[in-house]
Design a protein around this ligand. Sequence first.
Ligand SMILES: O=P(O)(O)OC[C@H]1O[C@H](OP(=O)(O)OP(=O)(O)O)[C@H](O)[C@@H]1O
Ligand code: HPA
Ligand SMILES: [Mg+2]
Length: 184
Amino acid sequence: MDAADMGQDLERVLLTEEQIGTRLDALAGEIDADYAGRELLLVGVLKGAVMVMADLARRLHCPVEMDWMAVSSYGAGTTSSGVVRILKDLDTDLTGRHVLIVEDIIDSGLTLSWLLANLRSRGAASVEIATLLRKPEAAKVDVEVRYVGFDIPTEFVVGYGLDYAEKYRNLPFVGTLAPHVYSD
Ligand SMILES: O=P(O)(O)OC[C@H]1O[C@H](OP(=O)(O)OP(=O)(O)O)[C@H](O)[C@@H]1O
Ligand code: HPA
Ligand SMILES: [Mg+2]
């Protein structure tokens, strides 16, 4: 697929590259202030969080380490089962660490609520969440989130790490897909 095809697949841009960057500047400022004097372990959730992890981490001035987890919650279906499997665990021992989970999106909340409980059981000094996007009206469980980039409507979004059938992750903005993409 080339850039022109990709353009035809999009319905509208929800958040521009500039809006995302401005919001990440603000979130990084809050995180720097909140974690002043402490060392932070950023935990990115593969694959969706790759872009936000890279762009948020580069805006932080406090000392950080970065680690990654891969989990599977959607199985073969399109809705989250709530049953989460670890596909790749952390390399880091969390004992005594200040952990910030970095996510692209909280939709039903099932992935994050499971992950939060899992990481909190590992003896960390603190575990908080930063997510670029949240869909408040899609929540099936309440998840306590410290840093939220944008609350968005209950629509399927792609770009900036988020995929539809593994495509569109490389778009620098967040947008919605045209209906023909789903029906093709
Ligand atoms: O709040 P929820 O309804 O649980 O959905 C959010 C999760 O789903 C997506 O990941 P996905 O499992 O599709 O994998 P990916 O990051 O590799 O795209 C997204 O990146 C979040 O991790
Ligand atoms: O809106 C979404 N887009 C892409 N991936 C997702 N995973 C949960 N919600 C979404
Ligand atoms: Mg994900």
